[in-house]
Design a protein around this ligand. Structure first.
Ligand SMILES: Cc1ncc(COP(=O)(O)O)c(C=O)c1O
Length: 400
């Protein structure tokens, strides 16, 4: 049996520890919004590797940056600088200075969970002994490493791994009074997503985020925004918190910043970033030259195409088409991070599976909602094609 057909052999034959369940389709290559499986079947990728491949598969600008850097220098360690990681840090600081009005510094890592771990450790340094508490929201998702998991407001995900690290508490998302009530002298920081992605694509209101910022100022708390899913233009702004006009103290990011290359980052404003002294934190791959080349290329390409504007305009087009589609109860989200709610009693997983069999990749983000996060480079024709497929599947009564 070829190594390309393990997907048909079930969990016990799967060479991966099946934390995602048994993979159902083997994708071999991609181009822009299109994916092709090992049998040559074409799919439209309206998930982008969970909001990662925002510039499309095999984007020539990113391919060329990877090829060039692979031939030049891949890695040297954090003991030394290299030009591409330095360029990436400068570009990232400039983006965040524009978004927040604040100067800061960057720590590079490999994933969203690691970016949040860095932020959670920084919050502990900020708070000092006895003040290490972090308040985050119910329904949030911050990653699978232990502290990021403890910050994640989904008790069912904690349960198999008890005890959780100490100091985490959760309040209802969007409820400022509950947040205020949860703050006592042991709390150092508030950690929030601007749109809860895994929680069902639920945007925070501007009033709420502005209220949280004010509360953090009054109580001397850090506001950490987790922009891992929402960052890098996906919501129609470079960062999701910009919709509310608030300036966080710390921002975490990953996913779209590498367009598929594994990289993450934590940014903090300078008075906070300097709390990390040499030896306080690190990672072998922090400042990796390949990742630096990719991040620099992603930022340059996003700027060249004006990714935030494209995400905004295409997102509005997608949303307008979806709200008119019979069987769609609600469309949530910003830009090209959207949930299509199918209404009570409709099984989003059945709809997702049917769409997949017809060549549209989406994701059932909760029992009744599909998540759509196509590449920002997707065409209007591809959006029409996806909406037609969704309309057809809903019209046939799939999942009801
Ligand atoms: C908001 C948010 N934070 C953190 C993470 C974790 O990122 P990673 O899977 O790269 O560790 C995710 C992943 O979905 C996320 O959506």
């Amino acid at each position: 049996m070829s190594s390309h057909s393990f997907d048909t052999r079930g969990l016990d034959q799967c060479p991966f520890i099946p934390v995602f369940g048994a993979p159902s389709i083997m994708f071999e290559r991609g181009s822009g919004t299109e994916l092709f499986d090992v049998d040559g079947k074409r799919y439209l990728d309206f998930l982008s590797g969970i909001a990662v491949v925002s510039l499309g598969h095999a984007n020539p600008a990113i391919v060329s940056a990877v090829q060039k850097q692979a031939e030049t220098l891949m890695h040297v360690s954090g003991f030394f600088a290299n030009p591409t990681a330095t360029d990436a840090a400068v570009s990232l600081n400039a983006l965040l200075a524009d978004a927040t009005g604040l100067q800061g510094q960057v720590f590079f890592c490999n994933s969203g969970a690691e970016a949040n771990e860095a932020a959670l450790k920084l919050a502990r340094k900020f708070g000092g002994r006895g003040r290490h508490g972090v308040v985050s929201a119910l329904g949030s998702f911050h990653g699978r490493t232990l502290a990021a998991l403890a910050a994640t407001g989904q008790p069912a995900k904690h349960e198999p791994f008890w005890p959780m690290p100490d100091g985490f508490r959760h309040v209802p998302f969007g409820d400022l009074a509950s947040l205020e009530a949860s703050i006592d002298p042991s709390v150092a920081a508030v950690l929030l997503e601007s749109v809860q992605g895994e929680g069902g694509v639920v945007p925070a209101s501007s009033d709420y985020l502005q209220g949280v910022r004010q509360l953090c100022d009054e109580r001397g708390l850090l506001l950490i925004m987790d922009e891992v899913q929402t960052g890098f233009a996906r919501t129609g702004r470079w960062f999701g918190f910009e919709h509310a006009g608030v300036a966080p103290d710390v921002v975490t990011m990953a996913k779209g910043m590498g367009n598929g290359f594994p990289v993450g980052a934590m940014w903090a404003r300078r008075e906070v970033s300097t709390l990390f002294a040499p030896g306080d934190h690190g990672s072998t791959y922090s400042g990796n030259a390949m990742a630096g080349a990719v991040v620099t290329a992603v930022i340059a390409e996003m700027k060249r195409i004006d990714g935030p504007r494209l995400a905004r305009e295409k997102g509005e087009y997608l949303s307008a088409a979806l709200v008119k589609t019979p069987g769609v109860a609600e469309v949530r989200g910003h830009g090209l991070l959207r949930a299509v709610d199918l209404g009570a009693g409709r099984d989003a997983k059945a709809v997702y599976l049917e769409l997949l069999s017809r060549g549209l990749v989406t994701n059932a983000v909760n029992a009744t909602s599909l998540r759509l996060a196509p590449p920002i480079t997707t065409s209007y024709e591809q959006i029409d094609e996806a909406v037609h497929l969704i309309a057809a599947v809903l019209a046939e009564g799939v999942g009801s």
